[in-house]
Design a binder for this molecule. Structure first.
Ligand SMILES: C[S@@+](CC[C@H](N)C(=O)[O-])C[C@H]1O[C@@H](n2cnc3c(N)ncnc32)[C@H](O)[C@@H]1O
Length: 256
């Protein structure tokens, strides 16, 4: 049987806007057929269009449960090396790196704790379920021979100093509080080899987020790009490149 990748992001995040369409569209049709006031027709029509557009942007634009690509080709340009994924979750960022860099190996680190449950659904045994889902996704992507799973806290990682050529961390460090962010950036610096690269991706409340979720979007940890650069500098990283992807800020940092 062919395995299928399932990153496990919840249905309400991806299909939630369709619930709004389900209410707004029949109302708009009713208002049109019964020739109700345009003050009912117009708002319901606008809400229908907004909810359908938002659904399309999230489902097909962000495509959280589909594969994603590196935001910059400069990351691990040599194509080889030992990479760490801090907060690997169900493997989307790990698979992004392993597929783009077929000579690289990767250690996928996650706490598989409360935050994991929050994103991927609570279970009796998150450690077991988390590991099994990661492994299944690595197998489905045919990268399992180059990936290792480690359970651990990115604020205090059970990993040797100067043992990685590069690190990726996507939508994970920004879930921590300020102290946790500083601790994990210091940890990233500790486990990287001199000159090692760090690709940090964080959620950004940009035009995509404002259009689709607006004030409903309460994702903690959104900070301006200047603050992330400052935090990286304070943790002894230079930041030679930074940029954006939909809903995302990325920083390509280098250990000093
Ligand atoms: C939104 S998910 C991102 C997963 C993956 N990187 C991706 O791009 O899809 C955030 C992940 O960070 C993990 N996480 C949160 N706090 C952590 C910590 N202190 N140490 C290790 N992992 C943590 C959570 O368990 C969760 O799997």
């Amino acid at each position: 049987m062919r395995l299928r990748i399932d990153f496990g992001y919840p249905a309400f995040v991806i299909y939630g806007h369709l619930l709004v369409t389900l209410v707004a569209l029949p109302l708009a049709l009713l208002a049109y057929r019964r020739k109700w006031s345009r003050w009912i027709l117009l708002p319901t029509l606008l809400v229908t269009i907004w909810s359908l557009a938002s659904f399309a942007l999230i489902r097909f634009g962000l495509d959280l449960n589909g594969r994603t690509t590196l935001p910059t080709n400069s990351f691990l340009a040599s194509g080889a090396g030992r990479v760490l994924d801090m907060g690997a979750g169900s493997g989307r960022s790990a698979i992004m790196v392993l597929e783009a860099r077929p000579q690289a190996t990767l250690v996928a680190l996650d706490l598989f704790g409360e935050e994991y449950d929050h994103h991927f659904g609570a279970s009796q045994d998150s450690q077991m379920v988390g590991r099994a889902r990661l492994l299944s996704n690595f197998r489905a992507a045919n990268v399992e021979s180059r990936a290792t799973i480690v359970a651990g806290d990115m604020r205090q990682m059970p990993l040797e100093p100067a043992s990685f050529d590069a690190i990726v961390s996507s939508y994970a460090i920004d879930h921590l509080n300020s102290k946790g962010i500083q601790q994990s950036l210091a940890e990233a610096n500790r486990v990287l080899k001199p000159n090692g690269e760090f690709l940090l991706m964080v959620i950004s409340k940009d035009a995509w987020m404002n259009f689709t979720w607006g004030p409903v979007f309460f994702h903690g940890g959104t900070r301006p790009a200047t603050r992330w650069t400052q935090l990286l500098n304070e943790a002894n990283f230079d930041v030679p490149e930074q940029g954006t992807k939909p809903a995302t800020l990325y920083f390509l940092a280098r250990k000093r």
